[in-house]
Structures are given as structure tokens and as C-alpha cells.
Design a binder for this molecule. Structure first.
Ligand SMILES: [Zn+2]
Length: 79
């Protein structure tokens, strides 16, 4: 399965996290324990509410690093 980046977004435990775990063809079943880029483990969720949870800030930073894209407004560039 084509993935543009070596990670996927997955909601779990109250936030949308990114994970580098191998993504099953149909996604992770609800309740699957996945390792997140922020260094914790969450139980996969896919309820409508779950996709509206706030993005985990630490996963967001790590995902940008993996994708090679600077964080907007990260302050790395001179203003
Ligand atoms: Zn996270």
C-alpha cells in the first residue's frame, strides 16, 4: 500500500497521534494498541468524535521531521 510518508495518523486516548507502526490494509481495528511518534502507546479509536480530537503537538512535530517539512512558525528561520 502506498504511503507518502513513513507514518500514519490515528486517533487514540483523546488525541490524534501519528504512528510509524505498519498500517494494516484496512487500518487498525478499534482497540489496537499502537506506538505513537510522541513515545507513548494509545488504543486505536475511529469514532466520529475521535477524528475531531485535537492533534497531539509532539506527534505533529515528529511527523514534520519525518516528512522533512519544517513546522510552520517553528522559529527556525530568521524573520
Ligand atoms: Zn502523540
Amino acid at each position: 500500500m502506498y504511503r507518502p510518508h513513513p507514518f500514519s495518523w490515528r486517533p487514540g486516548d483523546g488525541a490524534r497521534h501519528a504512528t510509524a507502526d505498519e498500517r494494516p490494509g484496512h487500518g487498525w481495528p478499534v482497540g489496537t494498541r499502537i506506538s505513537t511518534l510522541c513515545g507513548t502507546q494509545v488504543l486505536s479509536d475511529e469514532s466520529v468524535e475521535a477524528w475531531l480530537w485535537v492533534t497531539c503537538p509532539r506527534c505533529n512535530v515528529e511527523a514534520h521531521k519525518l516528512a522533512g517539512i519544517p513546522m510552520p512558525g517553528a522559529g527556525d528561520e530568521p524573520r
